[in-house]
Design a binder for this molecule. Structure first.
Ligand SMILES: [Zn+2]
Length: 291
């Protein structure tokens, strides 16, 4: 009985140490968490976030944890909206997308609608879904590697080796997509959400987007808007950021549009990891570029 009690104490103690370790490096979205954990070989602090981390707001306690971290790894490209009303110890902040900040894409006159689980929000200004251009993803991973070495967190040799393996995986995704999409730059496509800008640029795709949520049936105004877009952009494929409602898929089908999912995985996936989600995305896109 006593040994069981001591055993429980040890487990609690180890749990506490484990928790302390996860606080060392903060990351603001799941792709960064995946990259950092692959490179460091250790768990990092990515809070449990409901919905899209791009529209997250840290609680006071979470903000205190972030401020206390040894290294604060951000996406940048205005991804972290919460940064504008909080103060961070700037010397510990790394904005991973900054390495290509002269290639940011700006969205003008973006409408504010979309009334799904993440509420009403806009995508005006600098667009931030940088990592579904896998060349950019690789550069962001490189910025994490450099920061870990600069801050002497972990073993530099292991970090460099792990980074090379990750880079090879990202490069494989990149070349697969480049190959798959080659010759389809004219093919009209619809994106469900204004997040495919960097993706469309990298893979030379003709994407126009609406602002729909996969878990919400679009109102009649949104269907009307889609009709207007289709008038001079006769797409046959509708790319969703997550699994859509069956009713939405059925109505799109009536309009001659097939649904496929390309999930940017900004938040932690319910199964698999960044790599398996992206491999699944590429597999989903195959019929789009089969003709
Ligand atoms: Zn949105």
């Amino acid at each position: 009985m006593i040994s069981k009690f001591i055993f429980t104490l040890v487990i609690i103690f180890l749990g506490a140490i484990g928790f302390a370790q996860t606080e060392k490096i903060f990351v603001s979205n799941y792709p960064l968490a995946y990259f950092a954990e692959r490179i460091l070989g250790e768990q990092v602090y990515f809070p449990d976030i409901e919905g899209d981390p791009a529209f997250w707001e840290p609680s006071e306690e979470e903000l205190a944890n972030i401020q206390a971290a040894e290294l604060i790894i951000l996406n940048g490209a205005t991804y972290e909206k919460w940064r504008f009303f909080t103060s961070l110890p700037e010397s510990k902040v790394v904005e991973t997308a900054n390495v290509f900040n002269d290639h940011f894409i700006y969205a003008e006159n973006e409408v504010t609608h979309s009334h799904g689980s993440s509420g009403e929000h806009s995508h005006s200004g600098t667009t931030f879904t940088t990592w579904i251009d896998f060349d950019q993803a690789s550069k962001q991973a490189g910025a994490i590697k450099d920061a870990l070495i600069d801050f002497t967190i972990g073993d530099a040799t292991t970090i460099s080796e792990n980074f090379e393996l990750l880079k090879a995986d990202l490069s494989k995704l990149d070349s697969e997509l480049l190959e798959l999409t080659q010759g389809y730059s004219e093919l009209p496509l619809i994106g469900s959400h204004p997040i495919y800008q960097y993706f469309a640029r990298r893979y030379d795709l003709n994407v126009k987007t609406v602002h729909w949520e996969p878990d919400t049936y679009p109102g009649e105004d949104l269907w009307q808007e889609l009709e207007t877009v289709l008038a001079d952009h006769p797409a046959k494929w509708f790319i969703w950021e997550a699994e859509p409602l069956a009713e939405s898929v059925a109505r799109l089908e009536e309009m001659g549009l097939n649904s496929v999912v390309f999930d940017p995985s900004g938040n932690r996936p319910s199964s698999g990891d960044f790599l398996t989600v992206m491999q699944e995305n590429i597999k989903n896109l195959k019929p789009v570029f089969a003709y």
